[in-house]
Ligand binder design. Sequence first.
Ligand SMILES: Cc1cc2nc3c(=O)[nH]c(=O)nc-3n(C[C@H](O)[C@H](O)[C@H](O)COP(=O)(O)O)c2cc1C
Length: 130
Amino acid sequence: LAKAAHGQSWMEAAPVFIVCVADVRCRIQDEPGLEVKETSPHFALKQVIRDTAIAVEHAVLEAESMGLGTCWVAWYEQADVRPILGIPADKFVVAILPLGYPAETPGERPRKKLDEIVMFEKWEERSGKA
Ligand SMILES: Cc1cc2nc3c(=O)[nH]c(=O)nc-3n(C[C@H](O)[C@H](O)[C@H](O)COP(=O)(O)O)c2cc1C
């Protein structure tokens, strides 16, 4: 999997990978032979990727609360990752979470100021005093 994810060899240090898969079949049942990929136009695929992403981030938060470390890995192509695990073409791998006890405790990462990313009432209203 690390090789399939563009050879991200750092992943190999983790003892466990959680592979998080969106199943579009819960929304599309009437398209036999459906294959989903990065460029698929299906709105239902966006919905199931959204729903799975919520679950992925909850797994990340739960791991953190248990003293474990994870990292979102999504830099791969579906066609490279799916065959390794026998995942059918109508499923979309949203993320791979390498999971393990962290070897280091990095300092806080820089964060944008809230007024760079928060708008009030209308798009581009940044002051909070619209
Ligand atoms: C959708 C998505 C895909 C990511 N894919 C990778 C990846 O393939 N390899 C990697 O090392 N980090 C990946 N990351 C993790 C980021 O590099 C970064 O560690 C993480 O978003 C936290 O960064 P921050 O502390 O600056 O917010 C990904 C993050 C997101 C949100």
